[in-house]
Ligand binder design. Structure first.
Ligand code: F3S
Length: 108
């Protein structure tokens, strides 16, 4: 499955969500995740993300490998919050795009 990682936090551009053919994205307050059970590994979302937050699970950079588990966990938590369209990004998305963030910054 594909995984959303750190650059998405506080940006949430949502370009990824509208191209997913199986509605695998779930939306939290400041982050999206991909349901590992729904993802069909089609690769359509990767090039849509302006901050390059999405990776196949076997190519996630080592420093972000814990996001594999976070996508699983947060999919359970946000399972009824499917997002399948592109909406406005977070108000300060462009400011946050290049900043360091951590999983502690994810609002649940
Ligand atoms: Fe996040 Fe990138 Fe999608 S910032 S919402 S993974 S387009």
């Amino acid at each position: 499955a594909y995984v959303v990682t750190e650059p998405c936090i506080n940006c949430k551009y949502t370009n990824c969500a509208s191209v997913c053919p199986v509605d695998a994205f779930r939306e939290g307050p400041n982050f999206l995740v991909i349901s590992p059970d729904d993802c069909i590994d089609c690769d359509a979302c990767v090039s849509e993300c302006p901050v390059e937050a999405i990776f196949p699970d076997d190519e996630v950079p080592e420093k972000w490998e814990h996001y594999i588990e976070w996508n699983e966990k947060l999919t359970e938590k946000w399972d009824d919050r499917v997002i399948n369209e592109t909406v406005d990004p977070m108000p300060e998305a462009d400011e946050w795009a290049d900043k360091e963030k951590t999983v502690d910054d994810i609002v649940q």
